[in-house]
Design a protein. Structure first.
Lengths: 399, 254
């Protein structure tokens, strides 16, 4: 189906179903209940799940396949965002041109950065990409203020030219839309105590992510993808087999840069503002964490990693000590305070600590990331029906 | 005029003259061995042939074209394949994938942006790779992870990968180094079979005299960066200069 074998097609289908039903799946707790704060099914967060999913999928094409660890991918995300916002200021608030141009501009920028950075490999490559990203960040923050808005960043203004759009209605503000369908518009479905939100922007981003995911499966299963894995495995043998590693790695770099640009463009489509902090090195580091946490070189891993980190960032960080006290109110007073004091450093602003611990546990005990964890669990339960060898004999890069 | 013509090649590393003035002519469809004691410059010479090193002086012509200044992948595309001292294979990939990569390189060239094609649906490449695996009697190992195989099998795979490209010249750098006797004999048999069945020129660098004298039709003895003598194996065995420079150290081999 779609040029995929059965297993890959099933994976794509699974992801499609998850994306489509996310508003239900992520909102398992009734509104107003004590557990409602663990609900992740609100538009803002769901959009972030899929957008960072795209970012991580693209990053994984470079890091997972070729093994080249870029520490500067946030630069491409930022450049894509700036390109998108300028399209919205100059052309139209329709998100289509913004998204397309963000991919193209990020592609061109990553071609330049990759062409230089790929002269080195290993740690030197990582440092070069990091340097480029930090330079981009600093430039966007200072010298390039006329283009980037500097500290304040950019957002569409009422008096922007927008040559393709008609005049705004009196008192109206420019809103990102897809041929008139506003990205911010949502439909609420009330089922008993539950509220499920279906947001136009989320579904657009979700469809784009599915396309991006499909494309990444095709790349993984192509001769090109195999050459990228060969680069990671043994570059010496590759050279002496008559293959030029440079254009392969550069192509992978540009493709992953374009994915990052796409994510940046979508971020602007969902929330029409850009600031330079989007290009800061911590943002580049985050996508590395996502890939490793989910499973480097696997198809679905980066998406899982992106989801896990964004969930913790948005949900765990909102728990405060008052909430903890209500949870443990059933304990005797002294014990309650003690338990809350113990847990407190790991929540709220301390969510990074939890992330760090989970990351360490994954790297030490599950080097294959969450995907490996899933495979182990599956093996534990599926041991009875001991399936025979997989027909294609793939060793690692399954799902 | 041989398929490989090395003329006046010299290479210096700082104060060390690794290669003095090497002249070598390898005739098409023969097995030509290069032997010599440690430090004689055998590996340096080989590296000059495949583009890893660029000699300071002299010329290296393959089939009438100079290889100097070309990158390893370009030289490979000209028809020279190299087998390394320690088997260089794609350890993270399956044996089948290992075999498919050189087939793609042979058919599609040094770079092809076929990111949207389905690798496992490329019948031509799959058939070709399976054929070579069959020839190497490795068909039963096709799903194995290449890194998990024995050294002998890795060597066999590496040779197979080189042969799948139908090179005109196969360079072997101590192909049996560090191998158990059984694996060494298997490799000799394999190389003999290749020599008999194919139109291929083989150039081999080897320490193991047993290997050299079972395979070679011509032998060049290298000592201190210069060729001492070049002759048939029978003449080399009895050659006084060679005994003095090299074979004297390994009585049992002669």
């Amino acid at each position: 189906m779609f040029g995929l074998d059965k297993k890959d097609f099933r994976l794509l289908l699974l992801v499609a179903v998850l994306v489509a039903l996310a508003p239900f799946i992520l909102n398992p707790f009734p509104e107003g209940s004590g557990m409602a704060q663990f609900n992740a099914g609100y538009p803002d967060l769901m959009q972030r799940f899929v957008i960072f999913g795209i970012f991580a999928i693209g990053f994984n094409i470079l890091f997972g396949l070729t093994g080249y660890l870029s520490f500067g991918h946030a630069a491409f995300l930022g450049v894509g965002s700036y390109a998108a916002i300028w399209m919205m200021k100059l052309l139209t608030m329709n998100v289509i041109p913004a998204i397309i141009v963000s991919v193209i501009v990020a592609g061109i920028f990553s071609l330049a950065v990759g062409w230089i950075s790929l002269r080195r490999s290993g740690i030197y490559f990582s440092i070069l990409t990091l340097a480029f990203a930090q330079m981009s960040y600093s430039l966007a923050y200072s010298v390039l203020t006329p283009i980037t808005g500097g500290e304040t960043g950019l957002q569409p203004k009422i008096n922007d030219p927008r040559i393709l759009d008609g005049a705004l209605a009196n008192g109206g503000t420019p809103k990102a839309n897809l041929f008139g369908l506003e990205m911010g518009s949502s439909f609420n479905l009330d089922v008993g105590a539950w509220v499920f939100t279906f947001n136009a922007g989320y579904y657009l981003a979700g469809i784009v992510m599915l396309l991006a995911f499909y494309l990444s499966i095709r790349i993984f299963r192509s001769p090109f993808g195999m050459m990228l894995r060969a680069v990671k495995s043994n570059q010496q043998r590759l050279n002496y087999t008559g293959l030029n590693a440079k254009p392969y790695t550069l192509a992978a770099f540009v493709i992953s840069g374009m994915y990052a640009g796409l994510a940046g463009g979508l971020m602007v489509a969902m929330d029409t503002q850009v600031g330079a902090e989007r290009m800061f090195w911590t943002a580049s580091g985050e996508v590395v964490l996502m890939s490793i946490l989910g499973g480097v070189g696997t198809l679905i891993g980066p998406v899982l990693g992106a989801g896990a980190i964004k969930y913790m960032e948005n949900i765990l960080s909102k728990i405060n000590s008052d909430i903890l006290h209500t949870w443990f109110a059933f304990l005797p007073d002294g014990l309650e305070d003690f338990v809350v004091t113990l847990i407190y450093p790991f929540i709220g602003k301390g969510w990074h600590l939890t992330l760090g611990l989970i990351f360490m546990l994954v790297v030490i005990f599950l080097p294959g990331g969450l995907v490996e964890g899933g495979q182990r669990v599956a093996r534990l339960f599926g041991r009875k029906k001991k399936s025979t060898d997989t027909p294609d004999g793939k060793t690692t890069p399954a799902e | 005029m041989g398929i490989l013509e090395v003329k006046n090649v010299g290479k210096r590393f700082g104060g060390l003259q690794a290669l003095g003035d090497v002249n070598l002519s390898v005739t098409e469809n023969t097995v030509h061995a290069i032997i010599g004691p440690n430090g004689a410059g055998k590996s340096t010479l080989l590296n000059c042939l495949v583009g890893k090193l660029i000699p300071d002086t002299g010329s290296v012509m393959f089939d009438g074209q100079s290889v100097l200044g070309r990158k390893p992948f370009e030289i490979n595309q000209m028809g020279i394949s190299r087998v390394f001292q320690t088997p260089e294979i794609f350890g993270d990939l399956s044996v089948m994938e290992n075999m498919m990569i050189p087939c793609f390189a042979k058919r599609d060239g040094a770079f092809t942006a076929n990111a949207y094609a389905a690798m496992m649906k490329d019948k031509e490449i799959i058939e070709r790779a399976e054929q070579v695996l069959e020839d190497m009697s490795m068909a039963d190992k096709r799903h194995m992870n290449a890194a998990s195989m024995s050294r002998g099998d890795k060597r066999r795979l590496e040779i197979g990968m080189c042969l799948s490209q139908e090179p005109r010249l196969l360079l072997l750098d101590e192909p049996t180094a560090g191998m158990a006797r059984a694996d060494t004999n298997n490799t000799i048999d394999l190389l003999k079979q290749i020599k008999d069945e194919r139109d291929i020129t083989i150039s081999i660098i080897e320490h193991d005299m047993h290997v050299v004298f079972s395979l070679a039709e011509r032998i060049t003895v290298l000592a201190q960066g210069t060729p001492l003598v070049e002759d048939t194996p029978d003449n080399i065995k009895g050659h006084p200069k060679v005994r003095e420079a090299y074979l004297g150290e390994t009585q049992d081999a002669a």
